[in-house]
Design a binder for this molecule. Structure first.
Ligand code: SF4
Length: 698
């Protein structure tokens, strides 16, 4: 790293937050001045635009906002500052003891979708090679896991968007399902604006009339948890109106005949009864989607965070396949991944069932390949472990010690009060984080680590574009990188090599581990990323171009055909009842990011959105006798949350909405249902049944 005046130069890097991974420049501060975030107009994805979260991201670099010393819990139960050597010894000892007393699988590891590719890779390797535990998963399981499974089963490969975002502006019609990107990733809105300026149409499916839905030519506002039926109803009309692409179905897909009966069982009037979306709107949507020469379906957390999320996404993919939209330019299905490295974080081995390169842990050839890179025998690698919620639910019982990196499940996990209890029940908890998050506050040892602009590493954005976050500022004294932490722990646990602390060295190994796998990074180097504004995987060789567009000639299945999946509507795990008469759906607001651990510490963001609220329709508010700003108690079968009412006609009368960014009595995830999707193990964040009352009236 250059020293002296050169360090004053602004450095090209990327935002620490969402999966758009906007390009930005960071100029280091000096002489007491803070670092600054500047526009970087030459990065193609956001072309200089940043949302308020990105624009203020330098504030979380300030030492005042974060931890700068390890903390260890004393015999008095209080966290106190400690030297690194003591803290690392304590972590190694805590993990070792649990393994010795209860077996290797009593030690768990929990990662995050915000970790760089290098960290996700090193964490997975650490779990499997050093701890030799099967019990590793990460918070991406709470993000886009359902879309990942649906992608795999339809196309044989999961890359969120199989095309670059620029194609969204050049298609003819987009159905955007359960995404409020105007709030979650505002610079991405320009692709939808351009779409409409180019004459394209936008259909938004959302139980709320969000700022994104306000841009739509058509807004379909279904009951929460019924978008599977909605997709089936649209496909039914496609069949009934003779709009199938028979030639595409015959030449490029399999499984249509098995899928057709389920489609025909969802006639429009039935779908209107299930979803609440009127039949004329269904017909209008089909006309817009099919009249366009090219069209797309893009999904986000709405359809995915359900106990039937995988089937719901499959239903939308079926619509794309039956109309011949996938497998050609400017058209098809894509998922808008959420977390900063939501895509790369699921490719490199921190997922319970996967090895680097998106290889399957139960595939003997995959085990042999990765084991050879790691210098161990294939039989030394453990098998698949528990999914994220199941792992958290097992804490203090089967899993006695946990190493947690880059996640805050006290706020972000479903049934969060129970998860908090399970974390408290552990024999030993170590947390690596930048700030003293609500989860870190429960730990026996907290290790303060470097963050985005203080370190170099790659992430993979929602398009599958591998990009380089560069170090722009010096970290404050007292913190270390996650890679250093893993190397030090590995050494204490008997493994002196195999855990380099230089990110580029880790990336070089990741390239070898991913080579010839589904997510092949072998041809991607830091130098290439810098020269090409990112490289799209798969990229098997240094002289091969990346792959911005997938599936144009064949899908990644053994026979090259995309697979239809037969699916049926089914109710959500909880439907409204006399005791719990309303739907609760949860989500995000413009000024906060995920569990809020970073953004709640930024003055401007906190001022804009200082706390939780309950959005409800004016008629429901009148029925409950509450005015805007008055406190509401929301109760589900798992607990009770209290927050001010925010009255708005933008939401259905049978539904209330709470953002999930805050801890405390307004914590939305106190209420959410951990019912899991059978295929993806995704919890049902988007729908549960609640009672709503004016606080104090119960
Ligand atoms: Fe950062 Fe996402 Fe905002 Fe871009 S849209 S500035 S990546 S939070």
């Amino acid at each position: 790293e250059p020293a002296g005046p050169a360090r004053r130069q602004a450095v090209d890097t990327h935002c620490p937050y969402c999966s758009l991974q906007c390009g930005m420049r960071v100029r280091p501060g000096g002489a007491g001045a803070p670092a600054e975030v500047l526009e970087r107009p030459d990065f193609p994805v956001n072309q200089g635009a940043l949302c308020g979260k990105g624009r203020t991201a330098a504030e979380v670099l300030s030492p005042a906002a974060r931890l700068t010393s390890p903390l260890v819990r004393g015999t008095d139960g209080v966290l106190r500052p400690a030297e690194w050597s003591e803290a690392l010894d304590r972590v190694a000892d805590g993990l070792l003891r649990a393994g010795a007393a209860y077996g290797r699988d009593a030690v768990g590891v929990f990662g995050g979708g915000g970790l760089t590719n290098e960290k996700a890779y090193a964490l997975g390797k650490f779990a499997r090679v050093v701890l030799r535990t099967s019990q590793i998963d990460y918070n991406g399981r709470f993000c886009m896991a359902s879309a990942a499974v649906a992608h795999q089963r339809a196309f044989g490969l999961d890359r969120g968007l199989p095309f670059p975002l620029e194609d969204v502006a050049r298609t003819g019609c987009v159905i955007l399902v359960g995404s409020n990107l105007a709030d979650t990733m505002p610079p991405a809105l320009r692709y939808l604006t351009e779409l409409r300026e180019n004459g394209g149409r936008l259909i938004v499916v959302d139980p709320r009339r969000t700022r994104t839905a306000e841009q739509a030519d058509l807004h379909l506002q279904p009951r929460p948890g019924t978008d599977l039926a909605l997709a089936l109803g649209l496909l039914h009309l496609v069949v009934a109106e003779g709009r199938l692409d028979e030639e595409f179905i015959a030449s490029r897909t399999s499984g249509w005949q098995r899928t057709l009966p389920g489609v025909m069982a969802h006639w429009p009037e039935l779908v209107e009864r299930i979803t609440g979306v009127p039949v004329p709107q269904l017909r209008e949507a089909v006309a817009m989607f099919c009249d366009a020469a090219d069209s797309m379906v893009l999904t986000a957390r709405g359809p995915e965070q359900q106990a039937k999320g995988t089937d719901t996404v499959s239903a939308w993919i079926n619509l794309c396949l039956a109309t011949g939209r996938s497998g050609r330019p400017r058209s098809g299905y894509g998922c808008l991944t959420g977390q900063g490295n939501g895509q790369g974080g699921r490719e490199h081995g921190q997922k319970a069932d996967q090895l680097p390169g998106y290889r399957k842990l139960d595939d003997p050839a995959a085990r042999a390949h990765v084991a050879a890179v790691w210098g161990v025998g294939p039989d030394d690698l453990p098998g698949p472990g528990r999914s994220a919620y199941e792992l958290l639910d097992a804490l203090g019982r089967d899993v006695r010690a946990l190493l947690l990196m880059g996640s805050n499940p006290v706020v972000s996990a479903p049934r969060a009060a129970h998860v908090t209890e399970r974390l408290r029940a552990l024999d030993f908890l170590a947390v690596c984080d930048v700030v003293l998050s609500e989860t870190a506050a429960l730990a026996d040892v907290v290790l303060p680590v470097t963050q985005w602009a203080e370190e170099t590493g790659t992430t993979t954005n929602l398009e599958g574009r591998v990009i380089l976050r560069r170090r722009a500022v010096d970290p404050p004294p007292g913190v270390r990188s996650d890679l250093e932490v893993l190397a030090e722990l590995a050494r204490r646990l008997g493994r002196d090599d195999g855990f380099p602390t230089d990110p580029e060295e880790v990336f070089a190994e990741l390239r070898r581990a991913s080579a010839a796998g589904p997510a092949d990074y072998a041809g991607i180097s830091y130098a290439r990323i810098a020269a090409e504004d990112g490289v799209f995987w798969p990229c098997p060789a240094e002289d091969a171009p990346g792959t911005p567009r997938l599936f144009l000639d064949r899908f990644a299945t053994p026979d090259g055909r995309a697979r239809f999946t037969p699916v049926q509507h089914r109710p959500s795990a909880e439907e409204p009842s006399p005791e719990y008469p309303y739907y609760l759906t949860t989500g995000r607001v413009l000024a906060q990011y995920q569990s809020g651990a970073q953004t709640r510490r930024v003055r401007e963001l906190n001022a804009a959105e200082p706390g939780p609220f309950v959005q409800l329709h004016p008629r429901l508010a009148a029925r409950l006798g509450v005015a805007d700003g008055e406190l509401l108690a929301v109760t589900s079968r798992r607990g009770r949350a209290v927050a001010p009412a925010r009255i708005s006609a933008a939401i259905r009368q049978d539904t209330v909405f709470m953002p999930f960014h805050w801890p405390g009595e307004g914590r939305a995830n106190t209420l959410t249902n951990p019912a899991l999707d059978p295929a993806s193990r995704m919890p049902e964040f988007k729908v549960c049944a609640v009672r709503v009352e004016a606080e104090g009236s119960a």
